[in-house]
Design a protein around this ligand. Structure first.
Ligand code: MIC
Ligand code: SF4
Length: 653
């Protein structure tokens, strides 16, 4: 039978069921070849990993990156970094030191291999799909289990084919392709799906361009996105000094997709995701003239050498407009070194760009926050309200070209108007020359087991144990302490930013910020109540993979979250930490239930044991309703065992 590329890789890695791939939506388990963690999710992941009690990771490669928590205001972040470094040394994990770059870009450059599976404790792990990896984001606990040799469980995804034809015109970029997909598919359109790119347009895109697309595919809610591995991929791998890791991979010619969309690259024009959602996409020409106060180039979406080159071509010989503050965070030190060598860095500095660290930085509110009500044009992937660190800032997500031209003109401007500069100033390099610096000296390789065993784990006072997950009773009678709108992100549930991120290893402290963006009284009210429910709309928990958005509510007594629909990673995190995810059978019930209502959830253990619907009723008037039991057998067992950690410890697979 003809297979898509996704199906081929899944089939090669299938652990359960054995044999052929089952129907869409069925529970499958796949072998994980590589893992990555970053410092903001890593500490919890490794605290859990330590409890598994093995001497060495069982994956082919596991890498621990320091890239998020690099604004070190006090001891906390560096304490965490030292813990992570000692864990890496102890358990056979590669360690990418602070300053070496953003996990996804470094992983693509130094470790990614076409056809392999990668599980990362960060939602943008699908960046690896740019070279034909099946790269999936997950909670830290799932990644810990994979490092221990456990399979990763997911629903057999639908495969959406995205056929690319034609080629991009000058001033239009790969970012505009993914913005177009987001415009059509929305932030919840990809839940349960993998986006597979194919067609003649693929060959016109470089690997960094493909990686921009697979990276921001996370915003579709998709499991991941993937490109074929072709001659362009081979040249990229060769330039990285890793040609032996390359193999050609593509879908069978007559493969059938569950749904197909087609994009003619020639028809695309520059786009922007407007405040405050990655799918609020409009054409730049319709936004032209809006005054801009900040421009930020970087993040795991658009921080490659070619992105910096595109910016340099536009700003060469010019100066950033007086009303604009502009900054660049190169995706990796390798990129930064190469930008220096090719003269790109000099052009950027001359134009007035502030050169920020090779790290996530402004993307996660770690510095470079915009002014009050400021309009910030960012080449990033998320513009949820307040994520930049400034609650009333207006963040637009754009291509490097669109950001660069606005930095010069001071207003949103169509980069196609700079087509001449782009063509004449484009630095003359090909993929091979562009990556002739292969920079590994800030990567610490795993040590032989005999040495590693003696490594002392460094635990600073910032690192607190992960709180225990409560047992699930048969009945819960609790108030709905919070009712939220649709598309609540994990940034809404547990904000990040310079103030909160250093508390990632301390759940009691970080829990004080739970839902603070939506309702600053939540923490106090939750502390006073002895347990509660949360009611949400559609696509609840979209965005990041942070488990803290499940851990902190769990710590504050949230026992079930009742919604119209969930985002994939957050739902898994809730299950892993013992919070019951309930999907309303009749979406209209959402309108009828109010914040403050007391609800009774009965026969919980029976429903979990037998897979039957969950029964709920409202105490004040007996209004009864049901929630779907769409949980697979394993998820139900995890909940019954009190979370994934205890399920795994008691032999659960
Ligand atoms: C993000 O982009 O939101 C993050 C910060 O990278 C998160 C991970 C985290 O919260 O630590 C993600 O995307 O998963
Ligand atoms: Fe870092 Fe931003 Fe990428 Fe998240 S989206 S990994 S914060 S650069």
């Amino acid at each position: 039978m003809a297979l898509t590329l996704t199906e081929k890789i899944l089939k090669n890695h299938l652990v359960e069921p054995t044999g052929n791939l089952p129907e869409r939506g069925a529970d499958i388990a796949i072998k994980i070849d590589q893992t990555l963690t970053q410092d903001a999710t890593g500490t919890m992941a490794y605290l859990q990993f330590e409890t598994i009690g093995i001497d060495r990771v069982k994956t082919e490669i596991s890498v621990s990156y320091i890239d998020h928590n690099t604004l070190q205001e006090d001891y906390k972040n560096m304490d965490d970094h030292r813990y992570l470094q000692s864990i890496a040394a102890r358990y056979g994990i590669w360690f990418s030191r602070a300053g070496n770059g953003i996990c996804h870009q470094v992983h693509l450059e130094r470790f990614g291999i076409p056809g392999k599976t990668l599980l990362g404790s960060d939602s943008h792990t699908p960046t690896g799909g740019g070279i034909g990896m099946l790269a999936i984001g997950a909670g830290g606990l799932d990644v810990a289990v994979a490092m221990g040799g456990g399979a990763f469980h997911l629903s057999m995804p639908k495969v959406i084919g995205v056929k690319l034809t034609g080629m991009l015109t000058t001033g239009v970029s790969a970012k505009d392709i993914i913005l177009e997909v987001l415009r059509r598919e929305t932030v919840k359109g990809g839940v349960g799906c993998i986006y597979e790119y194919y067609g003649p347009g693929v060959a016109t895109l470089t690997v960094p361009q493909r990686a921009t697309i697979t990276n921001m595919g996370a915003e579709l809610g998709a499991t991941c996105s993937i490109f074929p591995s072709d001659e362009t991929t081979r040249l990229f791998m060769k330039a990285m000094g890793r040609e032996e890791d390359w193999s050609p991979l593509t879908a069978d010619p007559d493969a059938v997709y569950d749904k197909s969309i087609e994009i003619d690259l020639c028809d695309l024009s520059p786009l922007a995701a407007c405040p405050h959602s990655p799918d609020a996409v409009k054409a730049i020409r319709d936004l032209a003239g809006i005054k801009v106060s900040q421009v930020a180039i970087g993040s795991c979406t658009n921080s490659s050498l070619s992105d910096l080159a595109a910016v340099a071509a536009i700003v060469k010989g010019k100066t950033i407009a007086p009303g604009v503050e502009a900054g660049i965070s190169p995706g990796s030190r390798q990129t930064l070194l190469q930008a220096e060598k090719t003269g790109i860095l000099g052009e950027l500095i001359r134009a007035g760009f502030r050169i920020l660290e090779s790290a996530c930085g402004p993307c996660i509110g770690m510095g470079f926050a915009p002014n009050s009500e400021g309009v910030s044009l960012r080449t990033f992937n998320r513009n949820f309200k307040g994520r930049s660190g400034t609650p009333d800032a207006q963040v637009y997500l754009v291509s490097p070209e669109t950001a660069a031209i606005a930095a010069i003109t001071g207003v949103i401007t169509d980069p196609q108007s700079a087509a001449a500069e782009i063509s004449s100033n484009a630095p003359a390099f090909d993929d091979k020359a562009a990556f002739d610096i292969r920079d590994d000296n800030m990567l610490i390789p795993p040590r032989p087991l005999e040495d590693a065993k003696n490594e002392v784990i460094l635990r600073g006072p910032n690192i607190k144990e992960c709180p225990a997950t409560p047992e699930i009773p048969d009945t819960l009678s609790l108030p709905v302490l919070l009712k939220t709108e649709d598309n609540v992100s994990t940034d809404d549930i547990m904000p990040a930013g310079a103030k909160v991120l250093p508390l990632r290893s301390n759940i009691p402290e970080i829990s004080k910020f739970t839902f603070s963006r939506l309702d600053h009284t939540f923490y106090t009210r939750a502390k006073e109540a002895s347990g509660c429910f949360v009611l949400g709309g559609d696509n609840y928990g979209q965005g990041s993979s942070r488990e803290h958005a499940a851990l902190a509510p769990m710590y504050l007594g949230v026992r079930a979250v009742i919604v119209k629909s969930f985002a994939r990673i957050h739902k898994a995190n809730l299950i892993n930490y013992g919070i019951i995810p309930l999907v309303l059978d009749v979406a209209e019930m959402y309108e009828r239930i109010e914040q403050g209502d007391e609800l009774m959830l009965t026969g919980i253990r029976f429903s979990l044991e037998h897979g039957t619907p969950f029964q709920l009723s409202r105490t004040k008037d007996g209004l009864s309703f049901t929630a779907k039991n769409d949980l697979d057998v394993r998820s139900r067992k995890i909940l019954l065992s009190g979370g994934l950690a205890s399920y795994t410890r008691t032999g659960g697979q």
